[in-house]
Design a protein around this ligand. Structure first.
Ligand SMILES: [Cu+2]
Length: 156
């Protein structure tokens, strides 16, 4: 026996390792698993631009592209039913948090770059999601949301 030969048990383990990806692919195809949709939101100084009015429901990966000259964030939250951007602006931040059902996550992107990661969310039909940037260029400056960096979309 050389030191490289496999025992029957080790050979069985190798067979399982080699076979398991194919088995998983077959199972996924049978139940109709699909890739998440990809949605990229673009921001500049100081707005989210060309945000779609509606986005399809379901598993989605959100990215954020910063075309501005300063650092921006895209904070994504699920509004409570009926809540709007106008109401959030009237309340101001952080008081507007009372309008939020759930925080989805946040992407922070340096100028001229696209987020290195994505937010995974299962978008719920009939619900509205808010996008906001609360960063400031200086400690005593207005937060970007006050300069117009807030938007929302509805899921259909
Ligand atoms: Cu910003």
């Amino acid at each position: 026996m050389t030191r490289f030969s496999l025992t029957p048990l080790a050979a069985g383990v190798w067979a399982a390792i080699v076979l398991s990806p194919a088995v998983r692919v077959g199972a996924a195809a049978q139940v109709g698993v699909r890739e998440p949709a990809q949605v990229t939101i673009v921001g500049n100084d100081y707005a989210f631009v060309a945000v779609p009015d509606t986005v399809a429901a379901g598993k989605t990966l959100l990215s954020f592209e910063n075309r501005g000259k300063v650092r921006h964030e895209m904070s994504v939250t699920l509004f409570k039913p009926g809540a709007t951007v106008e109401q959030a602006l009237q309340l101001g931040f952080p008081a507007a948090q009372r309008l939020m059902d759930r925080i989805i996550g946040i992407l922070v992107v340096k100028p001229g770059d696209t987020s290195g990661g994505q937010l995974y969310v299962e978008l719920q039909p009939g619900r509205r999601y808010m996008l906001v940037c609360t960063l400031k260029d200086q400690p005593d400056a207005q937060p970007h949301v006050q300069l117009g960096m807030i938007a929302s979309f509805v899921v259909r």
